[in-house]
Design a binder for this molecule. Structure first.
Ligand code: GAP
Length: 500
């Protein structure tokens, strides 16, 4: 078993080798934390977006979608709080000259303690029959000590972040004896705030032109269109507005591949509800979003909720859906009860009323909002890292297979003539023509059939359809299923029914 670090490296290398993800501007030595999606990557990404859009917009009569511009009026970002408060605390190591997010250094420290606990449990599981995990955790002194430490660091850290106490954060880093992973020293600068928004100028000359921002989230495009959609769509509360689009953040520490990027995509939905009913809907969306994740067939054990102890000033409930990435459990999606903060702020800054008239209560009010927000790229990484499998086969060989859920696999089927003669390629081409209107499929006649199966396994194609001499006699083909590698014979006219 490779270490999780090696496994992650293998996944990144595989993603590049098989046309999923390339470093941006690679021939110019790349651009930090920016990536391009290759020929299979773009298919998987589009399928993820479509899978989300269907679940949110197509399946909910009371949710509609929009596509707002990336450039927006700069006052929007003042109203939303991003100009003043969309900051990360950064700290530099004076010896290595490396820059870090101070909060991430502390989170990594906590994660290491969590990993120690997990290791202790794993060791005990192997050692004892009839292992009682709950009892073990309550009685093992190492686990108790580490849990106590985690709670105490978490509480202090939350309080310091809440008060934006930068000196306190530095003291905590020193007290925990956190060292720079590069220089190994604890020679830190003070902690400073760093705004994550990218600014640019609108207009042909920079002089006198307005500073505008590349949006750091898609959500504000929804809030400022609340009235337009509510009026033109004749929406009735509760209702939602969904959007998929690019967002940009000048991340200080951009690492872990596509987990934290400077240019990324979000799939966000703002659900407008009656004030006072927001917690009911918050719970509803927690359940709905978890169901969406599990519908892809990924194990429930790879997900967990992490409720926020420290709430943003505008939220009255918040949780993260965390996923077990190769580098541990990390945030994949956020679900936030944002109260009436955003609409009220935009009312104040724009001077326009952003209210809903409720015909049931005869009242006008600023709706409360539940937000679901997931990064497309993080979801992509979750799917890819879960799918990546190295298998030893009974004949002693190994295969690398991407077990991507069939609903979102880039290529659904490959059509392979067993040999490149005797009319088999022509027959295979006929099958491709049947499948093409319904799914992405690929024709491949190069190399021995075994090598072609491996190639399709490596890109995650769920079905390989092989055309052989028997096909010419009785119009049947074999369909090989990627994960089980089992094959069955099917009449050509039945292929679509088998695959869909
Ligand atoms: N509108 C709320 C919002 O933007 P967030 O927690 O900052 O909330 C939501 O971001 C989601 O966007 C995250 O859960 C994550 O999936 C994704 N995301 C945030 N920053 C990202 C980054 N730098 N790179 C990739 N995905 C990111």
């Amino acid at each position: 078993m490779p270490s999780s670090e090696d496994l992650f490296k293998q996944i990144i290398a595989h993603a590049k080798e098989y046309g999923y993800i390339f470093p941006s501007s690679e021939i110019y030595d790349g651009l930090s934390a920016v990536y391009d999606y290759g020929q299979y990557g773009v298919e998987l990404k589009n399928n993820i977006k479509q899978y989300w859009w269907r679940a949110m917009v197509q399946y909910h009569e009371n949710i509609v979608g929009i596509d707002s511009a990336i450039f927006m009026h700069p006052t929007i970002w003042k109203a939303s709080g991003h100009v003043d408060a969309f900051n990360d605390p950064l700290i530099d190591n004076k010896d290595s000259k490396k820059r870090y997010r101070a909060d991430v250094l502390i989170e990594d420290f906590i994660q290491k303690l969590e990993e120690k606990i997990e290791k202790e449990i794993e060791k005990a599981k192997k050692k004892f029959e009839n292992f009682d995990e709950e009892f073990f955790c309550k009685t093992n002194p190492n686990i108790l000590r580490n849990k106590e430490k985690i709670d105490s660091v978490n509480n202090r850290f939350a309080a310091l972040m809440n008060e934006t106490d930068l000196a306190g954060i530095k003291s905590l880093i020193e007290e925990l004896e956190i060292a720079c992973p590069v220089s190994g020293t604890k020679n830190w600068t003070d902690v400073r705030q760093f705004n994550l928004m990218f600014a640019t100028q609108m207009g042909s000359v920079a002089e006198g032109a307005d500073t505008i921002y590349l949006r750091p989230e898609t959500a504000q495009g929804i809030f400022v269109n609340f009235l337009n959609v509510y009026k033109t769509g004749r929406m009735k509360i509760p209702f939602g507005i969904a959007q998929i689009g690019k967002a940009f953040r000048n991340e200080i520490v951009a690492r872990q591949f596509i987990f934290r990027m400077r240019e990324f995509e979000q799939m966000e939905m703002q659900f407008f509800v009656r004030p006072g009913e927001e917690i009911k809907w918050f719970e509803y969306w927690k359940t709905e979003r978890k169901k969406w994740h599990l519908s892809l067939g990924i194990s429930e054990n790879d997900y967990r909720f992490h409720d926020h102890d420290k709430l943003a000033h505008y939220a009255n409930a918040a949780t993260d859906i965390e996923f077990r990435f190769p580098f541990g459990f990390k945030e994949l999606e956020g679900i936030h009860s944002r109260t009436d903060f955003d609409l009220s702020q935009h009312e104040q800054y724009s001077g326009k009323k952003l209210r809903y008239f409720d015909p049931e209560t005869n009242e006008s009010y600023v709706p409360f909002v539940i937000e679901t927000s997931i990064g497309v790229d993080r979801m992509f990484l979750a799917v890819l890292s879960h799918a990546y499998t190295e298998e030893s086969l009974p004949d002693g060989s190994t295969r690398v297979v991407l077990k991507i859920p069939a609903q979102i696999a880039p290529i659904k089927a490959a059509v392979l003539p067993l040999v490149k003669k005797d009319g088999l390629p022509e027959k295979a081409r006929e099958i491709v023509e049947i499948l093409k209107p319904k799914m992405m499929c690929q024709y491949d006649e190069k190399d021995a059939i075994g090598r072609r199966y491996r190639r399709q396994d490596a890109i995650g194609t769920p079905y390989c359809i092989t055309v052989d001499n028997q096909t010419l006699e009785d119009d049947t083909v074999t369909i090989r299923e990627r994960d089980s590698m089992l094959q069955k014979r099917v009449v050509i006219g039945e292929i679509l029914r088998e695959l869909c």
